[in-house]
Design a protein around this ligand. Structure first.
Ligand code: SF4
Length: 420
């Protein structure tokens, strides 16, 4: 019998919020006076919102293509026009869907297609693929492409890093103002950043409820619950949703309700989700009485530096710092520190690394990090080879066997520690 999932009471609020967002962006794309900007998920969304743009995120569309298991229908279409099967499968599935003039947004939110952009804005802090991805659409729609080029693999985020990015963000303003048909307003920008700060603070509190035993929520919930932190940060609606969700999770904690019945193991997930297999993996972990309580991926939408804007700092500096402090931007040594602290903080007893074939940028398995972290913490790890969207790279059978063996190893390790 399949394990039972406990639906969240705030689920209908989440659905309405997401549907409302897509309806608004769709309406702006149809309105001659509306302005739509496409933005990378950790790009300068707050700047765009402050200039009155409705913001659409192609990566979110990529995730939807993966979660709805439609990615593999479309990837070959992008391959056929020269986008390699080895590059980001968000990119190839999204471009393929565009070429097929199809989208799961129709079924999910009732909109007829992806909203036409007026401008495309990227940040290479996560990878270079986003620049090529957005360049495709710039050619297709004949609209301007603007972006910032971020340093990557950095240890400490320095003042020079921040100032360099501030200069780049500021240099976007003339283009963005002219397309928006309005002048940049620093007060509005600060206001949007404070809404993002509140969203991100609440999102962290939501994720941090998983420090409780049993955890009221797992990675397989939070990958879905994070939608508004990704596409609606900077809006009051996201703040009220996370307020309600946090209250619900606190109540679950108070009642001792765990997301995984009889939780025996607590784990860390590093890397991208396998979007098309979230449900199956979630069910497997319930069977294995193991909660994935913390993840690099969901934590990536906690931007603590936004708080500096609330405290009166220059908003451009706060935004620049927030988008530089991101895990994916950091050196392996910095990543190792972050993970070691989180493992201790959440009481996690092991790490699952997802090595995603088409996203080397978010796969931390290739330069010895798992081995160094295991040596430092004494905690075991397992590597799953798969992909975020391209299910041809993922073997369910093999993943299941590896995860079952890993949990058995954890049992042995636990018994050894308890001297049994
Ligand atoms: S970070 Fe990975 S998944 Fe995200 S856009 Fe870049 S290659 Fe694709």
């Amino acid at each position: 019998m399949a394990p039972e999932f406990k639906p969240f009471e705030t689920q209908s609020q989440l659905k309405a919020l997401m549907a409302g967002h897509f309806a608004e962006v769709d309406a702006a794309a149809r309105d001659p006076d509306g302005r739509v900007a496409w933005c990378t998920s950790v790009g300068p969304a707050e700047l765009l919102l402050s200039l009155g743009y409705k913001v659409y995120y192609p990566e979110n569309h990529g995730a939807l293509l993966g979660a709805s298991r439609r990615a593999n229908e479309f990837i070959p279409l992008a391959n056929a026009v020269g986008y390699s099967p080895d590059i980001c499968s968000y990119l190839t599935s999204d471009v393929g869907a565009f070429l097929a003039r199809d989208t799961p947004l129709k079924k999910a939110y009732g909109i007829s297609g992806v909203p036409r952009p007026d401008v495309l804005v990227y940040n290479t802090n996560q990878c270079r693929d986003v620049q090529d991805w957005f360049a495709f659409y710039s050619r297709e729609f004949g609209v301007p492409l603007a972006g910032v080029h971020s340093p990557t693999k950095i240890g400490e985020v320095t003042r020079d890093h921040v100032q360099g990015m501030v200069a780049q963000y500021r240099s976007l303003l003339p283009t963005l103002e002219s397309i928006a048909g309005q002048r940049f307003d620093p007060d509005r920008f600060r206001e949007v950043l404070s809404l993002s700060a509140r969203t991100t603070r609440l999102w962290k509190e939501v994720l941090w409820t998983a420090r409780n035993r049993p955890s009221p929520v797992t990675f397989f919930d939070t990958t879905i619950l994070m939608g508004p932190a990704v596409i609606l940060r900077g809006t009051p609606q996201a703040v009220s949703y996370y307020d309600a969700l946090l209250a619900e999770l606190r109540e679950r904690t108070r009642q001792g309700v765990g997301a995984v019945e009889g939780e025996r193991h607590r784990l860390y997930w590093d890397g991208m989700p396998v979007w098309g297999k979230l449900r199956e993996l979630g069910e497997l972990f319930v069977e294995l009485q193991s909660s994935v309580v913390v993840s690099t991926y969901c934590n990536s939408w906690i931007f603590e530096a936004f708080e500096e804007a609330l405290a009166g700092a220059d908003p451009f500096e706060s935004m620049a710092r927030a988008y530089l402090e991101l895990f994916i931007v950091r050196s392996d040594a910095a990543k190792e520190d972050v993970m070691a602290h989180l493992l201790a903080d959440f009481g996690a007893g092991g790490v699952i690394y997802h090595d995603a074939k088409t996203c080397p940028n978010n796969s931390n398995t290739r330069y010895g990090l798992p081995q160094r972290l295991a040596e430092r913490t004494g905690l075991p790890f397992v590597i799953l080879y798969g992909d975020l969207n391209d299910l041809r790279c993922y073997s369910e059978e093999q993943a299941k066997t590896n995860l079952e063996a890993f949990v058995e190893q954890l049992e042995g390790w636990k018994a050894g520690r308890l001297g049994r």
